[in-house]
Design a protein around this ligand. Structure first.
Ligand SMILES: *Cc1c(COP(=O)(O)O)cnc(C)c1O
Length: 398
């Protein structure tokens, strides 16, 4: 009999979206004539941009003849795409090297798999509330987690406590679920803290494309010293609607070097390269062709149009909340709007209240951690029409 990884017994049942689906199904069954509007999903809804679709087709066509056929590609991704990522960063004023770029099938895999490079007995710092992947992937390997509170008092942007040591720090900015985004000064505090503690920051920038404020950093490498302490994860999922197409990229700078217990220096870039070459056989050529089209000037312009569509929804939602005097976070440089449940309601009670009285589905904050207990997440990924209608209904409540 195999001895199992019993850390899996320590995982909490991931019942959030199951429970939401269950409650919505019950409601629809009892009220078949009522039109339910879903503003709870964390998935994009607009189709792929035409330029990416054309490039995907070209990728398929290449597979049809011996001359252009592609078999196994480089595990790190094709050079044409890694160079496109480098250029994209350069346009945002950040210089990175193509050897530091690793193309993958998405940021979820990479943020989950990066744990392979680190020992079990590290102090892992994770903000609460949080994207559940960080928590569960660490529990699976038996790592202890130290939580730091993100709450209304710190605008859901916790800063390092210099009296507490950490080895591995997770940061997601713009944040899912809170929509809160660190500015340069705040992010610098984290970088300085990581350098001081010889810690590594795992920086998730999946929503960087939603940042419109030019003062806000879209990459942690906009902060001096970050290449010595941070790995950055990004993806075309939210930027270009690639949630179903799958393409991400992770930046592991060559400057990221730590001392092993035998005194030898180990390059994290070399470790990740070895890890990926061993356990991953690369993202499909076809998808990488599509991704490269996204990074062209015209491709990015098309992305911006789609993002602007979602941002208009975020504006409508934020405006309604402001009108009702509800305290909210995000919604500006993020597709998420995170607000305090009215009248001191608990997030699941508010979920039921909103479903029963306005037929609007959102996500209870409790599903992202204890600090989400009295908060609620709405997303801007719906249509203009449904978002507007949902907010008209919302305005008539309480
Ligand atoms: C959506 C999302 C991602 C992207 O994951 P993919 O695997 O690239 O689709 C990464 N991080 C966060 C916090 C997200 O919400």
């Amino acid at each position: 009999m195999p001895k199992l990884n019993e850390n899996y017994q320590n995982l909490k049942e991931s019942y959030l979206f199951v429970e939401i689906a269950h409650r919505v199904a019950e409601y629809t069954k009892a009220n078949p004539d009522k039109k339910v509007i879903r503003l709870g999903i964390g998935d994009v809804t607009l189709p792929l941009e035409p330029l990416a679709v054309d490039a995907l087709h070209e990728g398929v066509d290449a597979m049809t003849s011996t001359e252009t056929f592609k078999g196994y590609g480089p595990e790190q991704g094709y050079e044409f795409l890694r160079n496109a990522v480098v250029d994209y960063y350069a346009e945002n004023g950040v210089s990175i090297h193509a050897d530091d770029v690793f193309i993958s099938d998405g940021a979820k895999s990479d943020t989950g798999n990066i744990g392979d490079l680190f020992a079990t007995d590290n102090v892992v710092l994770i903000p609460d509330p949080v994207y559940p992947v960080y928590v569960d992937s660490n529990i699976m390997t038996g790592r202890q987690i130290t939580y730091i509170d993100a709450n209304a008092d710190n605008n859901f942007l916790p800063l390092p406590d210099k009296n507490v040591h950490a080895d591995i720090i997770y940061i997601c900015s713009p944040n899912n679920p809170t929509g809160a985004t660190y500015n340069k000064e705040q992010l610098k505090e984290w970088v300085d803290y990581a350098l001081e503690n010889e810690a590594v920051i795992l920086f998730d920038s999946a929503y960087e494309a939603f940042i419109t404020d030019p003062e806000l950093p879209r990459s942690i490498y906009a902060i001096e010293g970050a290449k010595k302490c941070a790995i950055e994860f990004c993806s075309l999922s939210k930027t270009a609607g690639f949630t179903g197409t799958r393409c991400g990229y992770t930046i592991v700078p060559k400057e990221l070097v730590f001392k092993a217990s035998n005194g030898e220096e180990m390059s994290v870039n070399a470790m990740w390269n070895r890890r990926q070459s061993t356990k991953f056989n690369g993202t499909s050529y076809i998808v990488q062709k599509g991704a490269a089209a996204v990074f062209t000037k015209e491709g990015m312009a098309q992305c911006k149009e789609n993002i602007a569509y979602y941002q208009e929804n975020a504006r409508v939602i934020s405006e309604t909340l402001a009108k009702k005097g509800i305290r909210y976070f995000g919604g500006e440089n993020s597709p998420y709007i995170w607000f305090e449940c009215p009248n001191g309601m608990d997030s699941w009670d508010f979920f039921d209240y909103l479903l029963n009285n306005a037929q609007v589905v959102g996500t209870p904050g409790a599903g992202f951690g204890k600090n989400g207990q009295n908060f609620f997440r709405l997303t801007s990924f719906g249509t203009h029409e449904s978002t507007k209608e949902a907010m008209e209904r919302f305005e008539k409540l309480f």
